[in-house]
Design a protein around this ligand. Sequence first.
Ligand code: NAI
Ligand code: HPV
Length: 530
Amino acid sequence: MFKVLVSDPISDQGIQQLTEAADITVVKKTGLSEAELIEIIGEFDALLVRSQTKVTKPIMEAATKLKVIGRAGVGVDNIDLEAATQRGIIVINAPDGNTITTCEHAFAMMMALARHIPQAYAKTVTGEWDRKSFLGVELRHKTLGVLGMGRIGSEVAKRAKAFGMNILGYDPFMTEERAAKLGITLASVDEIVQQADFITAHAPLTPETRHMVSRDQFAIMKKGMRIINCARGGIIDEVALVEAIDNGIVAGAAFDVFESEPPSPEHPFLSHPKIIVTPHLGASTIEAQENVAIDVSEQILHILRNEPFANAVNMPPISASLQNKLQPYYDLGVKLGSFIAQAASGAVQEIVVSYAGDLAEVDTQPLTRYIVRGVLANHLGEDQVNVVNSMHLAKIRDVNIVIQKSHIAKDFTNLLTVTLKTAKEERSVAGTLLTGYGPRIVQIDKFPVDVAPVGNLILISHNDKPGLIGNVGTLLGSNNVNIATMQVGRKLAGGQAIMVLGVDKPTPKEVLKQLTEIADLNIAKEITLV
Ligand SMILES: NC(=O)C1=CN([C@@H]2O[C@H](COP(=O)(O)OP(=O)(O)OC[C@H]3O[C@@H](n4cnc5c(N)ncnc54)[C@H](O)[C@@H]3O)[C@@H](O)[C@H]2O)C=CC1
Ligand SMILES: O=C(O)C(=O)COP(=O)(O)O
């Protein structure tokens, strides 16, 4: 049974898959302090948050069972991603569910700003009929500058076109082709502040975007500009903005987000007649809240059940086509890593992964994470290593990872070889996926074999001598260890050879020791592949 803590207000309908799952218990506790979270987080396998819960390093240090933090929304700036990665906690978000809702909020803010709707409303409800103070501007034929042309920025641009606006877009990842397709013009931040009538921010808050509109930009800005920020507080310098409004450079601003949330009651935005504000409501619609909760619940279920998942924020993104290609190899990758870690003695110094065949043509980094996980889990424990932290753990232990690629895989479509260099020796194992048979180990230390990588195995290194196989069988049989499968590999008759036995249950240590006492049998190791 897995326990999921929901620590922010999240749609009940959206998390139905979690509340109705037989293997999940959902606990809802909102408004907890850091200390309160630290106290209870140890019991939970998953944490589901929005933007209020600050998931800090101390919380993660106390989260001994936590496998995943799900963010029902886009921005993960409330989660310490580095701490999560180090502890192997997967952080996922729901990047698509609130795009339209937030875009519509930005648009509503732009229109409210152009027509002074909040100010006019506030006066009208007092009984005053003031038709002179609220002369607005049209959007038609105005230039809109969009800072950040991702999901939300692109949707804002589409709607602005329908309003007859000209669009300038700035985004470091935007190509001319994509801009042309959206019917917008690419521009620099300086060009945007010099030419636009409205600016709307839709980028994440990063060291680069922090104060991307500040005193330098206000100094060259077109007079009468209006600014909207429904992305993250801090992208527009709040202090410099108030100065620019008071100096007559900026005509007004509409903000949904603040550098510090909630803002203090003395924050200058809250009393400024030309600034309208909402309390981080960009994603707050029934539809968006259901969408993000559904998306994130689905991925949490996959992660807890050890199934493939999407939308991890602290792992490199992977396209659906690459995922389809690599996914069948993940299990084989873990098994090969685990096999060779159990076979080799001594401290691990280097893991060499060779991809041969079709696999050499694609980005195999995600698969390497699984292989490294397989190797390290043998030494560090299954629950300590996963695909999120495997590369990080290898790095901090000075384990060198070497990747080799070759288009030729001899007899196989694809061949994955994992070589482990330890302080004592170098050993290797190679595997492939055989149509109709699934994952197979086809080489051990370059000896050809054909072994299903599953269950309890005994790996024996011996000299190829008559009678040895019989002696092994007799010894195991007399100790009630039943041999289910047997594979023998040798390069030369009478030379070095290996034997892999599949047995029905774990082999007692004493029996393994007795095996090594058989003449011409050099090493016997138990290998368990789950
Ligand atoms: N107010 C609210 O309630 C909500 C706020 N948001 C915020 O809106 C923002 C945008 O969200 P999405 O469009 O879904 O994200 P996205 O990831 O699709 O788009 C962000 C874009 O910003 C661009 N970018 C990165 N660095 C930049 C820079 N230095 N200058 C200009 N652009 C840069 C990226 O290339 C990307 O295209 C995020 O900060 C998100 O947290 C999202 C949902 C609700
Ligand atoms: O999705 C985002 O990035 C948001 O800012 C929405 O935040 P919220 O879930 O409404 O607290």
